[in-house]
Design a protein around this ligand. Sequence first.
Ligand code: 9MR
Length: 447
Amino acid sequence: MRSLRLGLPLAALFTGVALLFTAPTAHAADTPLRDLAAAQGKVIGTAVTGSKLTGTYGDLAGGQFSSLTPGNAMKWGTVEPTQGTFNWTEADQIVAFAQAHDQQVRGHTLVWHSQNPGWLTNGTWTSAQLGSLLQNHISTEVGRYKGEIAAWDVVNEPFNEDGSYRSTIWYNGLGSDYIANALTWAHAADPAAKLYINDYNVEGVNAKSTALYNLVKSLKAAGVPIDGVGLQAHLILGQVPATLQQNIQRFADLGVDVAITELDVRMALPSDSTKLAQQKADFKSVVAACVAVSRCVNVTVWGFTDSDSWVDSTFPGYGAATPYDANYAPKPAYHGIAEALGGTTTTPPTGACTAAYAVSSQWNTGFTGQVTISCSGASLTSWKVNWTYGAGQQITQAWNATCTQSGASVSCANASYNGTVADGSSVTFGFNASWTGSNPVPTVTLG
Ligand code: 9MR
């Protein structure tokens, strides 16, 4: 429960960031995004992968966000790979994690053209059979998590870019009524869950978002249970639609909630300080547009770390789309989100190199840690990172650096091959250490 967090952001217990030439604990002292969002009456979420919810990934997911969306765990192909054989393992794990961290869950997604099981897509079904398969699927999945899901993306990506209905197994077999029926069945299975239609390229006012608008209007007029629209917001650097806030507002004026459900901002790799600054502005303007409209209730990023993003494999040459880098150091985009939520953050000044300490895994007697030295608008030709352990931790082994420990004082210097940290890049070294009792994150300094 939240009350057991001892007043400290969980993330602060397991990560720390030092700024070269400035106060060393700046980031660790920042208010978690979830607390900033709560002060604005908003929920801030992230998509997650269940198997990764330990170590620093778990600490950031639990400490910074107030909502989780399973990235893949609740899709039909995951939960029912063979007809009648269910696998709820990852979905259950994410729901349990969310409950333990006082977080909402956004269920994602019940009716989609993609990531369906082969037995379904390869089968030959009459319209009646298809309808009952869909009804059973929705009743089973929504029913299983009844009372535990704040909002469901009931229908995902129903439109083409021109606003016509996408040709899918559902539309082709059942006609456009599948949307109203899916919402009605989901409502019957969990009357308390907020029910959404979710799509991409509907962030600005355009043909596709207008089709979604007209659909929601007609569903409301027909008394179909529709509570919200999800604007996915898979954006490209520098291309936040100018009409985003206006578009959010027009849906709100229809009487539905709005959520930004899958926010990321991809850039051509490699990243550099100019691109990262633009990305910060992009994240900030999306979150600010949501903050400006009271019915915009949730902003969810589609993965919070660049090590857990769909972008890199889907758009070769593009990446760095999330608010944390692959080593869990917060990027300028993180500070853009925080600032849009009213936080005063200690954004690294331009021309800084930082060192971030993280515990990547921990067991009863030992742990593996890593330190990442990142430069933005500056560079290094050699480096040394120092810290003092506060609870008797002892380094036993290091790689990609030469570490010495004397008493509680640790000093790690670059290896012969990784002293150079170019502008916009980072270097990571790792170590194993022992611990007993507690394992607090030390303050690291970069020199
Ligand atoms: O993040 C998901 C990725 O791991 C999957 O491989 C991919 C398959 O299409 O789906 C990703 O999530 C999608 C989401 O469910 C719906 N909107 C688009 C997202 C990115 O593809």
